[in-house]
Design a protein around this ligand. Structure first.
Ligand code: KIV
Ligand code: ZN
Length: 520
């Protein structure tokens, strides 16, 4: 078996982008391509140059600006498509033309209305034409999985003889199983006489939820390239997910014995960037990049992770670019996790009446889905949940169409009675409101994330906003719920502002009459 790294061919910007809900503008595609280069994918399929002027321009700009990966454009096996790909790729340092034609009987009869001989001739013609323009040509037998194996072998042998350096086996309709895929790759390795001159690739769709398993099975049988996408986006149920394939190969190196060139610490940022650009968030429980992938709420799990992370984690969060495991405090949390968080908040647990705090914690957790740092602090200090010192007493936002055109004016009232008012412009009303609020309090906070999701249904759905902000070395989180996204988000930030202000107060020397910090 090869010791070469498995090549990662990313088709987020082609197969992913062509699916409903995932279209991207040219600057967005370029931004995503920069991230894919930082991730160190081997090939970026930048688009289908002949599909539209927009697609052509996207491929051309990625070819001109991105260094590192090979830049690829898809083409049918006809002169117009191949020439468009060749022109769009002109400036790329490393370029590939990817030609395809369907080979299965159902596609030949109903879509192409072509015989086997005609398909074979067109496939070979397409590869030869592409080779006149570039040295690196990939051939895909669309719907390979439902193609007669002996015909597939005949086509692959002919296109390799014509100059294809990669032969791709697409499971276009997501129909195959891991066992079948492994056997097909072995059959191709044995049956295609000149297979040593080409890399075997797979391109699996996820209609039956087996795209990743099928791709990994192909690797076990000797495939050298996997086509996949960030967050598994792609036609219908999507393509094999890049992050899952890469982390399966890395985490189970003992089993697969193959690595990739991917910088895995960029997996989470790449997933977030794509979600932000397309406005489609990944499910919480999505492997590798979902919010819950490194979150633990059950008490037994939290205890285990605190003692030794490997008890419940097979990967390190920092290996995929997540700062640290998230011990979510809720009704399932145990005493260990609660006392650990109290310690992290700066309290001396030796002097906290943990039995009573834990009892109140459980009672609160029964009422509230998630317990945040501010709630826990309030329990320890005896303050009301989500208490001050700051209150948002006035907020006005105005939207605008250009950058920095939105503005906000806020007034925050401190428990001392002082009112701090500020105005700010921003890149959208929320950005302006956040800037004004932070400025009003004088805290060195930097908002690092915002996720909004609806928590009820219907036109007047309540939205929950989770705001994250960097506060020195730590990240603080706050939430707000409202039918108005701006109100929910500013509530979330206010919770963070109050948590940070209380920490500042704790760090300042205690007043003579103040109760000792450790005596709570
Ligand atoms: O799914 C498919 O068959 C494809 C090919 C064009 C590779 O996307
Ligand atoms: Zn596809």
């Amino acid at each position: 078996m090869s010791s070469q790294p498995v090549r990662i061919f990313d088709t987020t910007l082609r197969d992913g982008e062509q699916s409903p809900g995932f279209s991207m503008t040219q600057p967005q595609k370029l931004r995503m391509a920069q991230m894919l280069a930082a991730l160190r994918v081997d090939v970026i399929e930048a688009g289908f140059a002949a599909a539209s002027e927009g697609d052509f321009n996207c491929v051309r700009s990625i070819a001109s600006e991105i260094e590192g990966p090979t830049i690829c454009s898809l083409s049918r096996c006809n002169p117009g498509d191949i020439e468009a790909s060749g022109r769009a790729l002109e400036t790329a340092a490393a370029k590939r033309i990817h030609v395809f034609i369907a080979t299965s009987p159902i596609h030949r009869e109903h879509k192409l209305k072509m015989s086997r001989e005609q398909v074979l001739e067109q496939a070979v013609g397409g590869v030869k034409m592409a080779r006149e323009l570039v040295d690196d040509v990939e051939f895909s037998a669309e719907d390979a999985i439902r193609t007669e194996p002996e015909f597939l072998i005949e086509v692959f042998e002919a296109v390799i003889a014509a100059g294809a350096g990669t032969i791709n086996i697409p499971d276009t309709v997501g129909y195959t199983t891991p066992g079948e895929m492994g056997r097909l790759v072995s059959q191709i390795r044995q049956g295609v006489g000149n297979i040593d001159q080409a890399v075997i690739s797979t391109h699996c769709h996820n209609d039956l939820g087996m795209a990743v398993a099928n791709s990994l099975s192909a690797v076990e049988a000797g495939a050298g390239q996997i086509e996949c996408t960030i967050n598994g986006i792609g036609e219908r149920a999507g393509n094999a997910s890049l992050e899952e394939i890469v982390m399966a190969l890395r985490t189970r190196a003992d089993h697969y014995g193959r690595q990739t060139n991917i910088d895995t610490t960029k997996l989470h940022p790449a997933s977030r960037l794509l979600a932000g650009i397309t406005g489609t968030f990944v499910a919480r429980n999505k492997a590798i990049v979902g919010d819950n992938a490194f979150a633990h709420e059950a008490g037994i799990h939290q205890h285990g992770v605190l003692e030794h992370a490997e008890t419940y984690e097979i990967m390190k969060p920092e290996d995929v670019g997540v700062q640290k495991s998230d011990l979510v405090l809720g009704k399932h949390s145990g005493r260990h996790a609660v006392s650990d968080r109290i310690k992290a908040l700066g309290f001396d647990v030796e002097n906290v009446d943990m039995a009573s705090v834990f009892k109140s914690f459980k009672a609160l957790a029964d009422r509230k889905k998630r317990i945040y740092d501010a709630d826990l602090e309030a329990l320890v200090t005896g303050q009301a949940a989500r208490g001050g010192p700051w209150q948002l007493s006035a907020l006005r936002v105005v939207s605008g169409s250009g950058e920095e055109d939105a503005s906000a004016s806020v007034s925050l009232t401190h428990e001392s009675g002082e009112v701090h008012s500020e105005e700010s412009s921003g890149d959208g009303p929320l950005d302006a409101a956040f800037k004004a609020m932070i400025r009003a309090t004088g805290l060195a906070l930097r908002v690092s994330g915002l996720a909004v999701r609806s928590v009820t249904q219907g036109e007047d759905a309540q939205g929950e906003a989770e705001v994250r902000a960097q506060w020195g070395e730590s990240e603080l989180k706050g939430t707000g719920v409202s039918t108005d996204i701006i109100a929910a988000s500013t509530q979330g930030l206010l919770e963070i502002i109050n948590a940070a202000s209380r920490q500042v107060n704790r760090q300042s020397p205690p007043r003579e009459d103040a109760p000792a910090r450790n005596s709570v």
